[in-house]
Design a protein around this ligand. Sequence first.
Ligand SMILES: Cc1cn([C@H]2C[C@H](O)[C@@H](COP(=O)(O)OP(=O)(O)O[C@H]3O[C@H](C)C(=O)[C@H](O)[C@H]3O)O2)c(=O)[nH]c1=O
Length: 184
Amino acid sequence: MKFLTTPLAGLTLIETTRIEDERGQFSRVFCEAECAALRPGLHWAQINVSRTYHRGTVRGMHFQYPPAAEAKLIRCLRGRVFDIAVDLRADSPTFLRWHGVELDEDGKTQLFIPEGFAHGFQALSDDAQLLYLHSAAWNREKEGGLHHDDPAIAITWPLPVTQVSSRDQQLPSVKDTGFAGIQP
Ligand SMILES: Cc1cn([C@H]2C[C@H](O)[C@@H](COP(=O)(O)OP(=O)(O)O[C@H]3O[C@H](C)C(=O)[C@H](O)[C@H]3O)O2)c(=O)[nH]c1=O
C-alpha cells in the first residue's frame, strides 16, 4: 500500500497493491501492519456497504460529533463515485475546505478520512457500491450533517444532482447554524 497526502492534513489516498494471476485479482483493503504508517493502532468498530442505484445521486454530507467522531476508510466495490471529504476541524487552517477523488471498482485507490471530516459522494455510475470501515460505531444521537450544496463549502459536483434523501435535503448550512467546527 502507498499513502498519498492531499491538501487537507490527514486526508489520505491509499494506493492498493493488486496481485493478479490467470484466475483474477487480489488486493488488501486494510492491513494493521502496513497501515501503521498511516495511523498506528487503527481499528474498525463497524464495516458497512452502501449501494446507490442511480448515477447522479448524492449521499451526505455526514459526520459524527465527539465522542463518536469516526475515521473512515472508503473503497468502491462496483461502479464509480466522486468521493468528497470536508475539513470540519475547528482549528484547522483548511476548515470547510473540501477535497474530492474519483473511486471506482478497480479499487486501485481508497480514501482514508480522519475524524473531524464530513463525508459524502456522488454516484458517477448506476449501481455504485461502497465499502466503509468506521473507527466508531454509528451513533444516531451524535450524527451531524451539512447540506451538500452549502455555499460556505461550495462543493463542485461532477454531475447534476439527481437524487438526495429527504433527510439530506433538510441538512442545515453553515450559515443557518453558525457551525464553528468540531474538536475531534
Ligand atoms: C450509517 C448507518 C445508518 N444506519 C441506518 C440509518 C438509516 O435508517 C439507514 C441509512 O442511513 P443513512 O441515510 O445515514 O445512509 P447514507 O446516507 O448512505 O449515509 C452514509 O453515507 C454517508 C456518505 C456517510 O459517510 C455515512 O457514514 C453514512 O451515514 O441506515 C444504520 O442502521 N447503521 C449505520 O451504521
